[in-house]
Each structure stands twice: as structure tokens, then as C-alpha cells.
Design a protein around this ligand. Structure first.
Ligand code: 5AD
Ligand code: SF4
Length: 468
């Protein structure tokens, strides 16, 4: 597989935009404005990719719908991280065969991590013949070209080759939310954790430049964005391997003050540097929230996972974060039932969770992914045991989350108001810097503002308060 990163030239991106305009001239002559449905599975990186797909579609003259019957084009952006996600996608794609029978002109497109897996692409080719276009993350930048070909020639297109990882600047976006935005700062991953499919489907790590990211952030700030989430599989290694020697703390420094709030994910404990902690502690915009996936509390399992840190190293990083950034909220990812995990090793995970006291945790049952090292391990854990471990983990974390929320009562927090409360008329909701959701009485004019709120109560996952 080719490993070199290529920057897609500005001329190439311009050519894609010109193709969008050509398509727009065609769609403009159709009797009704054509609609597109974009359905996204998986992580924020996928959400960010879907915003670019929508950006292209808008430029082609499409409006948007959630109804497959109304859609002239359907794009399903898939996730490969666990088998469950793949089954859901296949079920939904299978059902579209009936929709397409009623609307034969409909274009059905599948993209994202799952179709970059060879065996999945092959299955779609053979058994899901109503799917017209299949393209992996590497090919997203040339989506207009592929749609253009489909509209002019019909036939099916598969663009899932293992190309060199690329970066394309200047693709338009349609953002779902005016207040908060996702910004991808890097793509791919070099870590090869033994359970994980990501390095195989998203290719090697490559970073955008600080100048390009800052320009995007400034544009967003000018159009009213208040909070930016910087995205990458391992943001701590941002810039490593690129010629300009840029680093993640430098990026945070450059973005400080551009928008009121900055968050980022995901961090790898092995690469979490003192320089980053220092930068966070002094930054005005970076929120006191840290997502630091631990995956397991057992040194032996961490080693089997190829994580390159020990439990003690992890705990030391947590202490360093907490001493530099008081009130920092920690969140994590944990896998239960990795191959060979014994009861005692799982107990180590529980004891770590008790020790760290996370605000919340994303907990997963280990799911074998074809082609990864862990999937080939012979000592797979029994399904029933995996489920039982997950339940214990969730129960433990739920109790800790509740206590962390209760611990905020009495404090006054700055809350970015995100919208009207879904549960109660006359209430609004938003997040504290630490990332906790607060509901309080208020009016919708406050949406987009950061307001001081006294925390007065807590529920299972959210806080209640009163505007000061
Ligand atoms: N099985 C279960 N969980 C997984 N994750 C990644 N791969 C797998 C897998 N094969 C989890 C990890 C990662 C998060 C995004 O998904 O915890 O941090
Ligand atoms: Fe997967 Fe590990 Fe890379 Fe995260 S750091 S994307 S878990 S290989």
C-alpha cells in the first residue's frame, strides 16, 4: 500500500466544484428541486465528512430531506468500528431495494470506513446490486466527479482502492449547527491498536497546516460559530511527520481567542505531553474537558492492545492534568472482553474507573474486526461474559457520573446556550466548559450566548440551574 500523503491540489478541488456547477445546471432544469438524504453512522469524524458531502450536494443544487421516498440521491456514510454498526447499515441498505424499485432513478451511495474494507465492498458488489456508488474515505474529495459520471453514464462505480492518504482543502460544507462546529485537523491513524480497524480504512496519519485550520476557524467565527471541536484519531500527534514541524499545542495557541470555546478529541495517553497540559492551562478558549481513552486498566491487556502505556503512566497523566487544570472533566473509552481478558484483569479496569472518577465513559463490548490482530487471537471471550462485564462497568460508571454531577451543585458555571430544552417549554439547555449539560429557565434569545448559571440540582446525566 502506498504510504505517502498527497495534498489534493487547489486546481483539482476547483475542478470538482466546476463539476458541481455543471450538475447544478442539469438539476436546475428538473421539474422539482431535487432532494438528498445523507445518513451518518459512527464518530464525529464521519459527521464532519458528511458536512462536506452535504456541502458538495448543495452546490449541485440539492435540498435535503429525511425521507427516502423523496430523495433523488441517498448517501449513507458508514462506520466499521464494531460489527453491530455494520449490521445496522446493511439492514438499512437492504431495505432501500424497495424504495429504489418505486423510484428507479434514485441514486444510492455508500461511503465511509465500512466500504473501505475489502470483504464489505465485495459483498455490496455481489449482493446489494441496487447500490450505485461505493467510495471510501480516501475518495470523498472527488464525490462530484463520481455523481457526474453516474448522472451522465449510469452503471455502478466502486472507488475503494487503498490510495495514499490525502488532504483536500476548500471543500464546501453544510453545517448542521450554527453554534458548534467540527473541524478535522488530521486524518488517519498510525497506532495499530490490535482491536482497531481505523488504520486500515482511514490510512496513515496526516495533518492539515495550522494556517489552513486557523483560516477555517476565523471564517466560522465570523459567521457566528461559538464552539469548535477539533477532530483527529490522535490529536496529540498532530503535525508529527509533516515537514513544517508544527505541533498540537502550537495549534491550540494559534486558535486561542478565535472562538470562545475550543474542545478536541481524541487524545492518546502515550502522547499526552506536558506542553499540551501547559497550553490548556493557560488558554482562554480551550475548555477544561479531556477525553482520554484508557481502554483497559490491566497492564497485560494494554500491552496486548498495543497501547504503549501502563496503568501507572495513565494515572500519572491524569494527576498532571488535574493539578494543572483544576475542575477538569475527564471522559474515556473502555473495551470490555478483549481476547484473553480474565476476571481479575477486568477487575483492574473497574478499579481504575473508581480511581479516576470520570465524568462519563463510552463503554464497548469487544467486537472482532476482520484483518486486525486481535480478531485472530484464539482466546476470544465468551459473549455472555462480555455482556456481563459491560453491564457491571456501566453500572459503576453511572453511579460515578451521578456523583460528579451532584458535586457541581452550588457552583456557578459559564454555560453556552445551545437551544431550547427538548423536555420543558420555557427552558433552554447548554453545556458547561467541562462539558456537562445544564437545563434552566430561559428564552431562546440566549441561544449562542455564554451565560452564568448557578447549578441547583442534578439528574442521571444532566444538571439543573438558574441564570444568575
Ligand atoms: N471493539 C470494541 N470497541 C472498539 N473500539 C475500537 N475498536 C473496537 C472494537 N473492535 C472503541 C475504542 C475506541 C472507540 C472509538 O471505539 O474504545 O476508543
Ligand atoms: Fe484505533 Fe488506536 Fe488509532 Fe484510536 S489510536 S483510531 S483506537 S488504532
Amino acid at each position: 500500500m502506498e504510504r505517502k500523503t498527497t495534498q489534493i491540489s487547489q486546481a483539482e478541488v476547483e475542478r470538482q466544484l466546476t463539476l458541481c456547477d455543471d450538475i447544478c445546471r442539469v438539476t436546475g432544469q428538473w421539474a422539482d428541486k431535487p432532494l438528498a438524504l445523507v445518513d451518518t453512522y459512527g464518530c464525529q469524524q464521519n459527521e464532519a465528512d458528511s458536512e462536506r458531502i452535504r456541502g458538495y450536494l448543495e452546490r449541485m443544487g440539492f435540498g435535503f430531506t429525511d425521507d427516502p421516498e423523496q430523495a433523488r440521491i441517498i448517501v449513507i456514510n458508514t462506520c466499521a468500528i464494531r460489527e453491530h454498526a455494520e449490521q445496522r447499515v446493511l439492514g438499512n441498505v437492504g431495505a432501500l431495494v424497495h424504495t429504489k424499485r418505486r423510484h428507479p432513478e434514485q441514486l444510492i451511495c455508500l461511503c465511509g470506513c465500512m466500504v473501505q474494507e475489502k470483504h464489505v465492498a465485495e459483498k455490496i458488489r455481489q449482493s446489494y446490486r441496487h447500490v450505485d456508488l461505493v467510495f471510501g474515505p480516501h475518495a470523498l474529495w472527488k464525490f462530484p466527479e463520481m455523481v457526474h459520471t453516474l448522472l451522465t453514464q449510469r452503471g455502478r462505480i466502486f472507488s475503494v482502492a487503498d490510495e495514499a492518504g490525502s488532504i483536500a482543502e476548500g471543500i464546501p460544507t453544510v453545517r448542521q449547527d450554527g453554534i458548534k462546529a467540527w473541524v478535522s485537523i488530521m486524518y488517519g491513524c498510525n497506532n495499530f491498536c490490535t482491536y482497531c480497524i481505523v488504520p486500515y480504512v482511514r490510512g496513515r496519519e496526516r495533518s492539515r497546516t495550522i494556517a489552513d485550520i486557523a483560516a477555517e476557524a476565523e471564517n466560522m467565527a465570523a459567521s457566528g460559530t461559538k464552539e469548535i471541536m477539533l477532530l483527529g484519531q490522535n490529536v496529540n500527534s498532530f503535525g508529527l511527520g509533516s515537514e513544517n514541524g508544527e505541533t498540537f499545542p502550537q495549534l491550540l495557541h494559534a486558535l486561542d481567542g478565535v472562538v470562545p470555546r475550543i474542545r478536541f478529541m481524541t487524545s492518546h495517553p502515550k502522547d499526552l505531553s506536558d506542553a499540551l497540559i501547559e497550553e490548556m492551562a493557560h488558554s482562554k478558549s480551550v475548555c477544561p474537558q479531556f477525553h482520554l481513552p484508557v481502554q483497559s486498566g490491566s497492564d497485560r491487556i494494554l500491552q496486548e492492545m498495543n497501547r504503549h502505556y501502563t496503568r501507572e503512566h495513565y494515572l500519572e497523566r491524569v494527576r498532571a492534568l488535574r493539578s494543572a487544570i483544576p475542575n477538569v472533566g475527564l471522559t474515556t473509552d473502555i473495551i470490555a472482553g478483549f481476547p484473553g481478558e480474565t476476571d481479575a484483569e477486568f477487575e483492574d479496569t473497574l478499579s481504575l474507573v473508581e480511581q479516576v472518577r470520570y465524568d462519563s465513559a463510552y463503554t464497548f463490548i469487544y467486537s472482532p474486526r476482520q484483518g486486525t490482530r486481535a480478531a485472530a487471537m484464539e482466546n476470544q471471550v465468551d459473549e455472555a461474559i462480555k455482556h456481563e462485564r459491560l453491564s457491571r462497568l456501566i453500572a459503576l460508571q453511572e453511579g460515578i457520573t451521578k456523583e460528579q454531577l451532584t458535586g457541581c451543585i452550588g457552583r456557578t458555571e459559564d454555560v453556552l446556550v445551545e437551544g431550547a430544552s427538548r423536555r420543558q417549554a420555557g427552558f433552554v439547555s447548554g453545556r458547561t466548559g467541562r462539558g456537562m449539560m445544564v437545563n434552566f429557565e430561559g428564552n431562546e434569545e440566549w441561544i449562542g450566548q455564554i451565560v452564568p448559571v448557578q447549578i441547583t440540582g442534578s439528574g442521571t446525566n444532566t444538571l439543573r440551574g438558574i441564570r444568575k
